[in-house]
Design a protein around this ligand. Sequence first.
Ligand code: DSN
Length: 478
Amino acid sequence: MSPNAESTAFRSALEVVRAVEPRVADAIGAELADQRESLKLIASENYASPATLLAMGNWFSDKYAEGTVGRRFYAGCQNVDTVEALAAEHARELFGAAHAYVQPHSGIDANLVAFWAILADRVESPALKKAQVRQVNDLTEADWFALRRELGDQRMLGMSLDAGGHLTHGFRPNISGKMFDQRSYGTDPVTGLVDYDAVAEAAREFRPLILVAGYSAYPRKVNFRIMREIADSVGATFMVDMAHFAGLVAGKVFTGDFDPVPHAHIVTTTTHKSLRGPRGGMVLCGPELADQVDRGCPMVLGGPLPHVMAAKAVALAEARRPDFADYASRIVANAQALADGLLRRGAKLVTGGTDNHLVLIDVSGYGLTGRQAEQALLDSGIVTNRNAVPQDPNGAWYTSGVRVGTPALTTRGLGTAEMDATAELIHTVLSQTTPGANADGTPSKAKYVLDPALADKVSRQAGELLAGFPLYPAVDLG
Ligand code: DSN
């Protein structure tokens, strides 16, 4: 590759866009500038490689390709077949999975595909069987009524939202909470860790069809071998949503009992978090569920995004390289250094630390709500997101926590020394912020007081910290 290839590619692309709608070209350039300047600690974000980004901007975007490789509802899909098959092959090899379905557009889509596959596989319903073998026209009104009732009665057990579970694991505001009769398991009130005996007891009492493991704000490993045993003991299908930690599985940081792929019946993920690919989703499973999973489009999904599948193939190929394992282990070393730095300065952390890519700060220790802390940090050039903590008294909107994660800064090259410096910046801001009041003098959960001079100083320090680790160093937009 020529030394200026990346700059030339992005510059030329922007020139072409600018000729039509300059404000879009400007916004794209501004986004790069903003990302270069901010200390990005959002645990679910990353920086995809130039090759991954460039694989998305092309003619594949124009192609319809409903169906699966070699069996499409549209003609002329031979090139889409090539990239979809490549992405699936890389995914199977990377994760050691028998089957990979790379069409989901997002994590929620991947979960919906998995839910449908499990329902179709497990629910004993003559009407569903007819629907599955494409005898839909033979279904009577009574069949449809029975089908809806039978599907509606199914049960799911997942991790509670405030313990770190995800919205799509059966929670009311999400379709999964409306599709399933749902219960959740929490974490131990003292240690903050998953209590496997409590999960087993909940499973025995509730007898779910699906036991879900996986999280978006739990800072520890989960033992998937034990979870599978629990699922087996009640005849549940064991599903793992590894969206957050897929990069740690790919990089062989989570192995043995902590690698979900050998233990789960079905695994879903996003491709853009710690895995560092394009925005999208994916499903991995064994041969038993493969046919049902492959019905994802058009059963649950709109037409596949072939340009994104092309980018998935590129990113998964990158994740199979030896340097990805090094990246994955640095993510965890950085998260642990960040946690240690915060603890040493007196911060309160859920579970007292981390063994994955994220740290959950209980900001009630600073007398703040999550919303106040998140905004004060943002004023100071530090991008995080507020998050509920277990049994959060402030609910899911204001919250009592701030979630920070290291996949993005690790991609940028920051190491453990910079994580300690980051801990110092976070602690400085949070310890100098105080809760604000409403106009009538009552305490506010959103307003806060932070000296703007201090916020400016921390922003400058964050900028100095990042200056040594340029983002996309080979890309100069001029
Ligand atoms: N929005 C993702 C996250 O931030 O964890 C999960 O969907």
